[in-house]
Design a protein around this ligand. Structure first.
Ligand SMILES: NC(=O)c1ccc[n+]([C@@H]2O[C@H](COP(=O)([O-])OP(=O)(O)OC[C@H]3O[C@@H](n4cnc5c(N)ncnc54)[C@H](O)[C@@H]3O)[C@@H](O)[C@H]2O)c1
Length: 441
Protein backbone atom coordinates (compact mmCIF):
# COMPACT_ATOMS: atom_id res chain seq x y z
CA UNK A 1 0.00 0.00 0.00
CA UNK A 2 3.03 2.27 0.44
CA UNK A 3 3.55 2.25 -3.35
CA UNK A 4 -0.09 3.27 -3.87
CA UNK A 5 0.22 6.12 -1.39
CA UNK A 6 3.32 7.38 -3.18
CA UNK A 7 1.51 7.30 -6.51
CA UNK A 8 -1.55 9.12 -5.14
CA UNK A 9 0.46 11.83 -3.40
CA UNK A 10 2.85 12.15 -6.36
CA UNK A 11 -0.06 12.25 -8.86
CA UNK A 12 1.38 9.39 -10.87
CA UNK A 13 -1.61 7.17 -10.02
CA UNK A 14 -3.86 6.26 -12.95
CA UNK A 15 -7.45 6.90 -12.03
CA UNK A 16 -10.31 4.92 -13.51
CA UNK A 17 -13.83 6.28 -13.25
CA UNK A 18 -16.68 3.91 -14.08
CA UNK A 19 -19.83 5.87 -15.02
CA UNK A 20 -19.41 9.17 -16.86
CA UNK A 21 -22.74 10.81 -16.09
CA UNK A 22 -23.72 13.98 -14.25
CA UNK A 23 -21.36 13.11 -11.37
CA UNK A 24 -18.66 10.89 -12.90
CA UNK A 25 -17.75 13.19 -15.77
CA UNK A 26 -17.17 16.43 -13.80
CA UNK A 27 -15.20 14.35 -11.28
CA UNK A 28 -13.08 12.91 -14.10
CA UNK A 29 -12.49 16.40 -15.50
CA UNK A 30 -11.43 17.85 -12.15
CA UNK A 31 -9.07 14.97 -11.30
CA UNK A 32 -7.48 15.26 -14.75
CA UNK A 33 -7.11 19.02 -14.34
CA UNK A 34 -5.43 18.52 -10.98
CA UNK A 35 -2.71 16.50 -12.71
CA UNK A 36 -3.79 12.86 -12.68
CA UNK A 37 -4.16 10.70 -15.78
CA UNK A 38 -7.81 9.66 -15.87
CA UNK A 39 -9.43 6.82 -17.75
CA UNK A 40 -13.21 7.13 -17.85
CA UNK A 41 -15.40 4.15 -18.70
CA UNK A 42 -19.04 4.15 -19.72
CA UNK A 43 -21.21 1.60 -21.46
CA UNK A 44 -22.76 4.31 -23.64
CA UNK A 45 -20.78 4.60 -26.86
CA UNK A 46 -22.15 8.06 -27.73
CA UNK A 47 -21.05 9.53 -24.38
CA UNK A 48 -17.56 8.10 -24.80
CA UNK A 49 -17.25 9.50 -28.33
CA UNK A 50 -18.37 12.98 -27.29
CA UNK A 51 -15.89 13.07 -24.40
CA UNK A 52 -13.04 11.93 -26.63
CA UNK A 53 -13.93 14.77 -29.00
CA UNK A 54 -13.48 17.11 -26.03
CA UNK A 55 -17.19 17.84 -25.75
CA UNK A 56 -19.51 17.40 -22.80
CA UNK A 57 -22.60 15.24 -23.42
CA UNK A 58 -24.38 17.08 -20.58
CA UNK A 59 -25.26 20.72 -20.11
CA UNK A 60 -22.95 21.59 -17.22
CA UNK A 61 -21.48 25.11 -17.13
CA UNK A 62 -17.70 25.08 -17.60
CA UNK A 63 -17.50 21.38 -18.41
CA UNK A 64 -16.95 21.78 -22.16
CA UNK A 65 -14.00 24.05 -21.55
CA UNK A 66 -12.55 21.75 -18.90
CA UNK A 67 -12.87 18.67 -21.13
CA UNK A 68 -11.20 20.44 -24.02
CA UNK A 69 -8.33 21.46 -21.76
CA UNK A 70 -7.71 18.01 -20.25
CA UNK A 71 -8.13 16.23 -23.59
CA UNK A 72 -5.57 18.59 -25.10
CA UNK A 73 -3.20 17.84 -22.19
CA UNK A 74 -3.84 14.10 -22.85
CA UNK A 75 -4.85 13.54 -19.25
CA UNK A 76 -8.37 12.22 -19.89
CA UNK A 77 -9.54 9.45 -22.16
CA UNK A 78 -12.88 7.69 -22.28
CA UNK A 79 -13.57 4.10 -23.25
CA UNK A 80 -16.42 1.59 -23.38
CA UNK A 81 -14.06 -1.15 -22.24
CA UNK A 82 -14.89 -1.01 -18.56
CA UNK A 83 -13.02 -4.13 -17.54
CA UNK A 84 -9.80 -3.08 -19.23
CA UNK A 85 -10.12 0.36 -17.66
CA UNK A 86 -10.57 -1.24 -14.23
CA UNK A 87 -7.52 -3.45 -14.81
CA UNK A 88 -5.38 -0.42 -15.55
CA UNK A 89 -6.44 1.94 -12.73
CA UNK A 90 -4.54 2.31 -9.46
CA UNK A 91 -7.61 4.00 -8.05
CA UNK A 92 -11.07 2.96 -9.25
CA UNK A 93 -14.20 5.04 -8.74
CA UNK A 94 -17.69 3.63 -9.34
CA UNK A 95 -20.21 6.40 -10.07
CA UNK A 96 -23.06 4.61 -11.83
CA UNK A 97 -26.76 5.33 -11.44
CA UNK A 98 -28.74 3.80 -8.55
CA UNK A 99 -32.42 4.43 -9.35
CA UNK A 100 -35.57 2.91 -7.84
CA UNK A 101 -37.78 0.45 -9.71
CA UNK A 102 -41.51 0.78 -10.48
CA UNK A 103 -42.35 -0.42 -6.94
CA UNK A 104 -40.00 2.27 -5.56
CA UNK A 105 -37.46 -0.29 -4.36
CA UNK A 106 -33.70 0.27 -4.88
CA UNK A 107 -32.60 -0.91 -8.32
CA UNK A 108 -28.93 -1.75 -7.87
CA UNK A 109 -28.41 -3.60 -11.16
CA UNK A 110 -25.95 -1.07 -12.61
CA UNK A 111 -24.16 -0.76 -9.26
CA UNK A 112 -23.73 -4.54 -8.95
CA UNK A 113 -22.66 -4.91 -12.57
CA UNK A 114 -20.01 -2.20 -12.28
CA UNK A 115 -18.58 -3.58 -9.04
CA UNK A 116 -18.66 -7.15 -10.42
CA UNK A 117 -16.48 -5.92 -13.28
CA UNK A 118 -14.07 -4.38 -10.79
CA UNK A 119 -14.04 -7.52 -8.59
CA UNK A 120 -13.26 -9.74 -11.59
CA UNK A 121 -10.03 -7.80 -12.14
CA UNK A 122 -8.84 -8.75 -8.60
CA UNK A 123 -7.76 -5.20 -7.67
CA UNK A 124 -5.03 -6.12 -5.21
CA UNK A 125 -3.15 -3.13 -3.78
CA UNK A 126 -5.63 -0.61 -5.21
CA UNK A 127 -7.90 2.02 -3.73
CA UNK A 128 -11.59 1.53 -4.62
CA UNK A 129 -14.07 4.35 -4.05
CA UNK A 130 -17.86 4.24 -4.36
CA UNK A 131 -19.66 7.50 -5.07
CA UNK A 132 -23.08 6.13 -6.14
CA UNK A 133 -25.80 6.80 -3.59
CA UNK A 134 -26.73 3.47 -1.99
CA UNK A 135 -28.93 2.00 0.75
CA UNK A 136 -27.05 1.91 4.07
CA UNK A 137 -24.83 -1.16 4.26
CA UNK A 138 -24.59 -1.75 0.49
CA UNK A 139 -20.83 -1.13 0.23
CA UNK A 140 -20.17 -3.86 2.78
CA UNK A 141 -22.92 -6.33 1.88
CA UNK A 142 -22.40 -6.05 -1.89
CA UNK A 143 -18.90 -4.76 -2.66
CA UNK A 144 -16.88 -6.28 0.19
CA UNK A 145 -18.68 -9.60 -0.36
CA UNK A 146 -18.05 -9.62 -4.13
CA UNK A 147 -14.35 -9.02 -3.60
CA UNK A 148 -14.23 -11.67 -0.86
CA UNK A 149 -15.56 -14.14 -3.44
CA UNK A 150 -12.45 -13.31 -5.47
CA UNK A 151 -10.31 -14.07 -2.40
CA UNK A 152 -9.60 -10.44 -1.46
CA UNK A 153 -10.03 -9.00 2.01
CA UNK A 154 -11.04 -5.35 2.37
CA UNK A 155 -8.48 -3.18 4.14
CA UNK A 156 -5.78 -5.84 3.79
CA UNK A 157 -5.65 -6.65 0.05
CA UNK A 158 -7.24 -3.44 -1.18
CA UNK A 159 -8.48 -0.17 0.30
CA UNK A 160 -12.17 0.68 0.11
CA UNK A 161 -13.93 3.99 0.71
CA UNK A 162 -17.33 5.50 0.12
CA UNK A 163 -17.72 9.20 -0.52
CA UNK A 164 -21.15 10.55 -1.42
CA UNK A 165 -21.40 13.37 -3.92
CA UNK A 166 -23.15 16.56 -2.82
CA UNK A 167 -22.72 18.66 -5.95
CA UNK A 168 -25.79 19.86 -7.77
CA UNK A 169 -26.13 19.72 -11.58
CA UNK A 170 -25.49 23.20 -13.11
CA UNK A 171 -22.99 23.97 -10.34
CA UNK A 172 -21.21 20.61 -10.21
CA UNK A 173 -17.67 21.82 -10.93
CA UNK A 174 -17.75 24.65 -8.41
CA UNK A 175 -19.45 22.58 -5.72
CA UNK A 176 -17.19 19.53 -6.10
CA UNK A 177 -14.33 21.83 -5.16
CA UNK A 178 -16.06 24.01 -2.59
CA UNK A 179 -18.33 21.63 -0.65
CA UNK A 180 -17.15 19.85 2.47
CA UNK A 181 -16.74 16.15 1.76
CA UNK A 182 -17.50 13.00 3.75
CA UNK A 183 -15.20 10.03 3.25
CA UNK A 184 -16.08 6.72 4.88
CA UNK A 185 -13.48 3.97 4.91
CA UNK A 186 -13.65 0.25 5.52
CA UNK A 187 -10.71 1.04 7.81
CA UNK A 188 -8.81 4.21 8.78
CA UNK A 189 -6.14 3.72 6.14
CA UNK A 190 -8.80 3.57 3.39
CA UNK A 191 -10.44 6.78 4.57
CA UNK A 192 -7.04 8.47 4.82
CA UNK A 193 -5.97 7.51 1.30
CA UNK A 194 -9.30 8.52 -0.24
CA UNK A 195 -9.14 11.83 1.65
CA UNK A 196 -5.60 12.39 0.36
CA UNK A 197 -6.88 11.96 -3.19
CA UNK A 198 -9.95 14.17 -2.76
CA UNK A 199 -7.81 16.89 -1.21
CA UNK A 200 -6.31 17.39 -4.69
CA UNK A 201 -9.65 18.72 -5.97
CA UNK A 202 -11.58 19.67 -2.82
CA UNK A 203 -10.62 22.97 -1.19
CA UNK A 204 -12.91 22.43 1.76
CA UNK A 205 -12.82 20.27 4.86
CA UNK A 206 -12.82 16.50 4.37
CA UNK A 207 -14.44 14.51 7.19
CA UNK A 208 -13.32 10.94 7.72
CA UNK A 209 -15.70 8.31 9.04
CA UNK A 210 -16.73 4.69 8.44
CA UNK A 211 -18.53 3.28 5.39
CA UNK A 212 -22.00 2.97 6.90
CA UNK A 213 -22.02 6.47 8.41
CA UNK A 214 -20.98 7.99 5.08
CA UNK A 215 -23.75 6.02 3.29
CA UNK A 216 -26.45 7.17 5.67
CA UNK A 217 -25.26 10.80 5.72
CA UNK A 218 -25.98 11.11 2.00
CA UNK A 219 -29.52 9.74 2.37
CA UNK A 220 -30.21 11.90 5.42
CA UNK A 221 -29.18 15.05 3.52
CA UNK A 222 -31.48 14.45 0.55
CA UNK A 223 -34.34 13.14 2.66
CA UNK A 224 -34.13 16.26 4.80
CA UNK A 225 -34.51 18.36 1.66
CA UNK A 226 -37.45 16.26 0.49
CA UNK A 227 -39.23 16.67 3.83
CA UNK A 228 -38.49 20.40 3.81
CA UNK A 229 -39.97 20.78 0.30
CA UNK A 230 -43.01 18.70 1.29
CA UNK A 231 -43.57 21.04 4.23
CA UNK A 232 -43.31 24.00 1.89
CA UNK A 233 -45.72 22.38 -0.57
CA UNK A 234 -48.27 21.73 2.18
CA UNK A 235 -48.06 25.36 3.30
CA UNK A 236 -48.53 26.38 -0.36
CA UNK A 237 -51.70 24.27 -0.58
CA UNK A 238 -52.97 25.87 2.63
CA UNK A 239 -52.15 29.38 1.40
CA UNK A 240 -54.15 28.75 -1.77
CA UNK A 241 -57.18 27.92 0.37
CA UNK A 242 -56.70 30.91 2.67
CA UNK A 243 -55.95 33.45 -0.06
CA UNK A 244 -52.46 34.18 1.28
CA UNK A 245 -49.39 34.40 -0.97
CA UNK A 246 -47.03 31.57 0.02
CA UNK A 247 -44.01 33.33 -1.54
CA UNK A 248 -44.40 36.32 0.76
CA UNK A 249 -45.25 34.15 3.77
CA UNK A 250 -42.18 31.91 3.35
CA UNK A 251 -39.89 34.81 2.57
CA UNK A 252 -40.94 36.46 5.84
CA UNK A 253 -40.80 33.18 7.82
CA UNK A 254 -37.26 32.68 6.54
CA UNK A 255 -36.29 36.03 8.07
CA UNK A 256 -36.36 34.13 11.39
CA UNK A 257 -32.73 33.33 12.26
CA UNK A 258 -33.39 29.61 12.71
CA UNK A 259 -35.88 28.96 9.89
CA UNK A 260 -34.92 27.91 6.36
CA UNK A 261 -37.88 26.65 4.33
CA UNK A 262 -37.28 25.67 0.71
CA UNK A 263 -39.52 26.75 -2.15
CA UNK A 264 -42.74 24.96 -3.09
CA UNK A 265 -43.08 23.71 -6.65
CA UNK A 266 -44.77 21.36 -9.12
CA UNK A 267 -43.11 18.28 -7.58
CA UNK A 268 -39.60 17.07 -6.89
CA UNK A 269 -37.47 15.76 -9.76
CA UNK A 270 -33.93 14.83 -10.66
CA UNK A 271 -32.06 11.62 -10.14
CA UNK A 272 -31.61 12.01 -6.39
CA UNK A 273 -34.22 13.64 -4.16
CA UNK A 274 -37.27 11.69 -5.35
CA UNK A 275 -35.51 8.36 -4.93
CA UNK A 276 -33.05 8.75 -2.05
CA UNK A 277 -35.82 8.80 0.63
CA UNK A 278 -37.03 5.50 -0.84
CA UNK A 279 -33.59 3.99 -0.24
CA UNK A 280 -33.99 4.94 3.43
CA UNK A 281 -37.62 3.81 3.57
CA UNK A 282 -36.71 0.45 2.07
CA UNK A 283 -33.90 -0.23 4.52
CA UNK A 284 -36.09 0.88 7.44
CA UNK A 285 -38.84 -1.48 6.27
CA UNK A 286 -36.35 -4.34 6.13
CA UNK A 287 -35.31 -3.44 9.69
CA UNK A 288 -38.96 -3.54 10.82
CA UNK A 289 -39.36 0.21 11.19
CA UNK A 290 -41.93 2.49 9.55
CA UNK A 291 -40.66 6.01 8.84
CA UNK A 292 -43.97 7.88 8.89
CA UNK A 293 -42.78 11.44 8.38
CA UNK A 294 -40.50 10.58 5.46
CA UNK A 295 -43.19 8.48 3.83
CA UNK A 296 -45.79 11.25 4.21
CA UNK A 297 -43.38 13.81 2.74
CA UNK A 298 -42.91 11.64 -0.34
CA UNK A 299 -46.70 11.37 -0.71
CA UNK A 300 -47.12 15.15 -0.56
CA UNK A 301 -44.38 15.76 -3.13
CA UNK A 302 -45.62 13.00 -5.41
CA UNK A 303 -49.12 14.54 -5.34
CA UNK A 304 -47.97 17.96 -6.58
CA UNK A 305 -48.06 17.24 -10.36
CA UNK A 306 -51.75 16.30 -10.09
CA UNK A 307 -52.34 19.52 -8.15
CA UNK A 308 -50.76 21.47 -11.01
CA UNK A 309 -53.16 19.77 -13.43
CA UNK A 310 -56.01 20.93 -11.18
CA UNK A 311 -54.67 24.51 -11.27
CA UNK A 312 -54.56 24.33 -15.08
CA UNK A 313 -58.16 23.06 -15.24
CA UNK A 314 -59.26 25.78 -12.81
CA UNK A 315 -57.52 28.47 -14.86
CA UNK A 316 -59.05 27.26 -18.10
CA UNK A 317 -62.50 27.17 -16.53
CA UNK A 318 -62.10 30.79 -15.51
CA UNK A 319 -61.56 31.73 -19.15
CA UNK A 320 -64.38 29.43 -20.29
CA UNK A 321 -62.19 26.82 -21.90
CA UNK A 322 -61.83 23.10 -21.32
CA UNK A 323 -58.55 21.14 -21.46
CA UNK A 324 -60.01 19.28 -24.46
CA UNK A 325 -60.31 22.40 -26.63
CA UNK A 326 -57.56 24.62 -25.20
CA UNK A 327 -54.09 25.05 -26.60
CA UNK A 328 -51.83 24.36 -23.63
CA UNK A 329 -48.09 25.12 -23.65
CA UNK A 330 -45.80 23.47 -21.13
CA UNK A 331 -42.77 25.66 -20.50
CA UNK A 332 -39.89 23.65 -19.05
CA UNK A 333 -39.49 19.89 -19.20
CA UNK A 334 -36.32 19.75 -17.08
CA UNK A 335 -36.81 19.06 -13.40
CA UNK A 336 -35.39 22.49 -12.49
CA UNK A 337 -33.97 25.64 -14.05
CA UNK A 338 -31.05 25.77 -16.50
CA UNK A 339 -30.38 22.03 -16.66
CA UNK A 340 -31.01 19.46 -19.39
CA UNK A 341 -31.77 16.81 -16.76
CA UNK A 342 -35.37 15.60 -17.09
CA UNK A 343 -35.06 12.51 -14.93
CA UNK A 344 -38.12 12.09 -12.68
CA UNK A 345 -39.25 15.52 -13.80
CA UNK A 346 -42.75 16.46 -12.61
CA UNK A 347 -43.30 17.55 -16.22
CA UNK A 348 -43.65 13.91 -17.22
CA UNK A 349 -46.74 13.26 -15.10
CA UNK A 350 -48.25 16.64 -15.95
CA UNK A 351 -47.74 16.22 -19.71
CA UNK A 352 -49.07 12.66 -19.66
CA UNK A 353 -52.11 13.62 -17.61
CA UNK A 354 -52.92 16.54 -19.93
CA UNK A 355 -52.33 14.44 -23.05
CA UNK A 356 -55.14 12.12 -22.02
CA UNK A 357 -57.47 15.14 -22.21
CA UNK A 358 -56.02 17.63 -24.63
CA UNK A 359 -54.96 17.11 -28.23
CA UNK A 360 -53.50 20.60 -28.54
CA UNK A 361 -50.56 20.37 -26.19
CA UNK A 362 -47.08 21.61 -26.92
CA UNK A 363 -44.00 21.52 -24.72
CA UNK A 364 -40.94 23.73 -24.79
CA UNK A 365 -37.51 23.48 -23.23
CA UNK A 366 -34.27 25.17 -24.26
CA UNK A 367 -32.05 22.30 -23.06
CA UNK A 368 -33.97 19.04 -22.84
CA UNK A 369 -34.56 16.81 -25.85
CA UNK A 370 -37.26 14.62 -24.29
CA UNK A 371 -40.89 15.48 -24.94
CA UNK A 372 -42.77 12.90 -22.83
CA UNK A 373 -45.11 12.43 -25.79
CA UNK A 374 -46.38 15.96 -26.44
CA UNK A 375 -45.42 17.96 -29.54
CA UNK A 376 -42.10 19.59 -28.69
CA UNK A 377 -40.43 22.81 -29.77
CA UNK A 378 -37.25 24.66 -28.92
CA UNK A 379 -38.72 27.85 -30.33
CA UNK A 380 -40.12 29.87 -27.45
CA UNK A 381 -42.26 32.00 -29.80
CA UNK A 382 -43.89 28.95 -31.29
CA UNK A 383 -44.75 27.75 -27.78
CA UNK A 384 -46.23 31.07 -26.71
CA UNK A 385 -48.10 31.86 -29.95
CA UNK A 386 -51.84 31.34 -29.66
CA UNK A 387 -51.62 29.58 -26.28
CA UNK A 388 -54.74 29.63 -24.12
CA UNK A 389 -52.73 28.41 -21.17
CA UNK A 390 -49.00 28.80 -20.52
CA UNK A 391 -47.73 26.55 -17.76
CA UNK A 392 -44.28 27.32 -16.35
CA UNK A 393 -42.77 24.20 -14.78
CA UNK A 394 -39.01 24.86 -14.78
CA UNK A 395 -37.42 28.13 -13.71
CA UNK A 396 -35.06 28.48 -16.67
CA UNK A 397 -33.51 31.96 -16.91
CA UNK A 398 -34.92 32.36 -20.44
CA UNK A 399 -38.41 32.29 -18.93
CA UNK A 400 -37.58 34.79 -16.21
CA UNK A 401 -36.65 37.22 -18.98
CA UNK A 402 -40.04 36.97 -20.73
CA UNK A 403 -41.97 40.22 -20.78
CA UNK A 404 -45.74 39.86 -20.13
CA UNK A 405 -46.43 42.84 -22.43
CA UNK A 406 -44.70 41.14 -25.33
CA UNK A 407 -46.25 37.81 -24.49
CA UNK A 408 -49.73 39.33 -24.54
CA UNK A 409 -49.47 40.10 -28.24
CA UNK A 410 -48.75 36.47 -29.05
CA UNK A 411 -50.97 34.67 -26.54
CA UNK A 412 -54.55 33.62 -27.23
CA UNK A 413 -57.24 35.94 -25.92
CA UNK A 414 -58.27 35.37 -23.23
CA UNK A 415 -55.50 33.28 -21.72
CA UNK A 416 -54.17 32.08 -18.41
CA UNK A 417 -50.62 31.75 -17.09
CA UNK A 418 -49.93 29.06 -14.46
CA UNK A 419 -46.67 29.81 -12.67
CA UNK A 420 -45.65 26.80 -10.58
CA UNK A 421 -42.23 28.23 -9.69
CA UNK A 422 -43.39 31.73 -8.83
CA UNK A 423 -40.91 33.29 -11.22
CA UNK A 424 -43.12 36.19 -12.26
CA UNK A 425 -44.51 39.24 -10.58
CA UNK A 426 -48.30 38.60 -10.74
CA UNK A 427 -49.01 42.32 -11.04
CA UNK A 428 -47.31 42.53 -14.43
CA UNK A 429 -49.75 39.96 -15.85
CA UNK A 430 -52.75 41.45 -14.12
CA UNK A 431 -51.91 44.88 -15.61
CA UNK A 432 -52.04 43.23 -19.05
CA UNK A 433 -55.34 41.53 -18.14
CA UNK A 434 -53.77 38.12 -18.40
CA UNK A 435 -55.20 35.72 -15.82
CA UNK A 436 -52.31 34.67 -13.56
CA UNK A 437 -52.38 31.65 -11.26
CA UNK A 438 -49.37 31.18 -9.02
CA UNK A 439 -48.84 27.98 -7.06
CA UNK A 440 -49.53 28.76 -3.40
CA UNK A 441 -51.42 31.99 -3.97
N1 LIG B 1 -26.99 13.70 -10.51
C1 LIG B 1 -26.66 14.24 -9.36
O1 LIG B 1 -26.78 15.43 -9.19
C2 LIG B 1 -26.14 13.43 -8.21
C3 LIG B 1 -25.71 14.08 -7.07
C4 LIG B 1 -25.21 13.34 -6.02
C5 LIG B 1 -25.17 11.97 -6.11
N2 LIG B 1 -25.63 11.33 -7.21
C6 LIG B 1 -25.50 9.88 -7.28
O2 LIG B 1 -24.41 9.57 -8.12
C7 LIG B 1 -24.68 8.38 -8.88
C8 LIG B 1 -24.56 8.70 -10.35
O3 LIG B 1 -25.52 9.66 -10.71
P1 LIG B 1 -25.50 10.38 -12.11
O4 LIG B 1 -26.51 11.45 -12.05
O5 LIG B 1 -24.11 10.72 -12.50
O6 LIG B 1 -26.02 9.18 -13.04
P2 LIG B 1 -25.97 9.14 -14.64
O7 LIG B 1 -27.07 8.22 -15.05
O8 LIG B 1 -25.91 10.51 -15.19
O9 LIG B 1 -24.56 8.45 -14.92
C9 LIG B 1 -24.28 7.12 -14.69
C10 LIG B 1 -23.47 6.60 -15.86
O10 LIG B 1 -23.00 5.31 -15.54
C11 LIG B 1 -22.99 4.54 -16.74
N3 LIG B 1 -22.96 3.10 -16.40
C12 LIG B 1 -23.93 2.35 -15.88
N4 LIG B 1 -23.50 1.10 -15.68
C13 LIG B 1 -22.21 1.07 -16.09
C14 LIG B 1 -21.21 0.05 -16.15
N5 LIG B 1 -21.47 -1.18 -15.71
N6 LIG B 1 -20.01 0.36 -16.66
C15 LIG B 1 -19.74 1.61 -17.09
N7 LIG B 1 -20.64 2.61 -17.06
C16 LIG B 1 -21.86 2.35 -16.56
C17 LIG B 1 -24.27 4.96 -17.44
O11 LIG B 1 -24.22 4.65 -18.82
C18 LIG B 1 -24.28 6.46 -17.15
O12 LIG B 1 -23.68 7.22 -18.19
C19 LIG B 1 -26.08 7.95 -8.46
O13 LIG B 1 -26.01 6.98 -7.47
C20 LIG B 1 -26.71 9.20 -7.91
O14 LIG B 1 -27.72 8.92 -6.97
C21 LIG B 1 -26.08 12.03 -8.28
Amino acid sequence: MKALEKKIRGKSALITIIGLGYVGLPLAGLLAKSGYRVLGADIKEEIVQEINRGRSPINEPGLNRLLKEVRRAKRLRATTETEKAAEKGDVIFVVVQTPIDKDRRPDLQAFRAAWRTVAKTRPRGKLLIGESTVPPGAMRSIVVRMLAEEGLEAGRDYLLAYSPERAIPTRALAEMQANERIVGGVNERSAEMAAALYSQICRSRIWKTDLETAEIVKLVENTYRDVNIAFSNEIALLCEKLGVDVSTALELANRHPRVNILKPGPGVGGHCIPKDPHLLLDSARKAGLELKLISAAREVNESMPEHVVELIKRGLKEIDKTPEEARISIMGIAYKGNTDDARNSPAELIVKSLMSRSSNLISHDPYVTQDFGARFTRDIEEAVKGADCLVFLADHDVYRDLDPRMMKEKLGKPCVVVDTRRIFNPRLFEEERIRYIGLGR
